[in-house]
Design a protein around this ligand. Structure first.
Ligand SMILES: Nc1ncnc2c1ncn2[C@@H]1O[C@H](COP(=O)(O)OP(=O)(O)O)[C@@H](O)[C@H]1O
Ligand SMILES: [Mg+2]
Length: 272
């Protein structure tokens, strides 16, 4: 459950950032709301009960009523091709509904938007009081804005990874194989921060693609996604130390964590 809530917050914060191209402020607040208070609210469909309220507020563009009517629909986006998937808020909606919660946008064009999420309040039973429960995981910031080249021949896997990375804020360029990847690199003037590539692909495999890429980009960070043991692939790429590995299959959280880890290591390396 926790990682799903994390996904909710990440999606809302990335949208807030996108709504403030000139900068602004994002506020995240939590509070308790009682059943009596909910009765004074005018939110359609809301059931009166005790809730935990999470608010994500931005000072961005706001939304017109036409846009507000559609934001929770899958694939609805007002962003440019390649920038938006339209899946962020539909995912958020699904997660909130699964917890039997409610989500409402309050938006003023030109002033900003607040998403209000009401989650049913869990009151500790006497038997739970004092038991420590699992230790809270350290808070991690998985968002980023870097440019990522994603090379994967299997469309469903590529769609999943692209969605995972885009909703986290990255700019993603998708290639279905080595040839297309090299074309994209040319087109983008080799201004890419990270390549995430499958190892086994029909036309050109990952290690061969890497050999071509290295001619122009000797230090580009690379993550190879593979179902194989890292060792055998390492031999193929002459133990290139800027290559990291992610084993298949992976979750949304695992790909985002790996990408963040590699980009941060690259950042630290360039600052030394
Ligand atoms: N905080 C916000 N401020 C302004 N518009 C927003 C905000 N959040 C969402 N939107 C609008 O809702 C649309 C759908 O959002 P979402 O489902 O996350 O898809 P995406 O971000 O990929 O476009 C966005 O394209 C945008 O028009
Ligand atoms: Mg979004």
């Amino acid at each position: 459950m926790w990682s799903r809530l994390e996904q909710v917050i990440i999606n809302l914060v990335v949208n807030a950032r996108d709504a403030m191209p000139e900068g602004g402020a994002i506020n995240i607040r939590t509070s308790n709301v009682t059943a009596a208070e909910t009765e004074t609210f005018n939110f359609e469909g809301m059931v009166a009960a005790d809730y935990v309220l999470i608010e994500v507020q931005d000072t961005g563009t706001g939304m017109s009523t036409e846009v507000l009517d559609k934001i929770f629909e899958p694939f609805f986006t007002t962003k440019d091709l390649g920038k938006g998937t339209g899946l962020g808020l539909s995912t958020v909606y699904g997660i909130v509904k699964q917890t039997e919660g409610f989500i409402y946008p309050v938006s003023v064009v030109g002033a900003g938007t607040t998403f209000k999420i009401f989650l049913p309040r869990h009151v500790l039973a006497a038997s739970e009081v004092g038991s420590k429960g699992p230790a809270a995981a350290p808070v991690r910031d998985l968002t980023g804005h870097e440019r990522i080249l994603l090379v994967e021949d299997e469309e469903s896997v590529r769609n999943f990874s692209a969605m995972a990375l885009r909703t986290t804020g990255y700019e993603v360029f998708e290639a279905d194989g080595g040839e297309e990847a090299l074309e994209i690199l040319e087109d983008e003037n080799f201004e890419i921060d990270l390549m995430v590539s499958d190892v086994l692909m029909p036309e050109m495999d990952g290690p061969t693609l890497l050999k071509h890429v290295r001619k122009k980009m000797p230090t580009l960070k690379v993550i190879f996604v593979s179902g194989f043991a890292e060792d055998s692939v390492r031999r193929d790429i002459e133990d290139d130390q800027s290559v990291e590995f992610l084993s298949k299959p992976y979750s949304l959280d695992q790909i985002n964590s790996k990408v963040k880890e590699v980009l941060q290591a690259a950042l630290r390396g360039s600052q030394d």
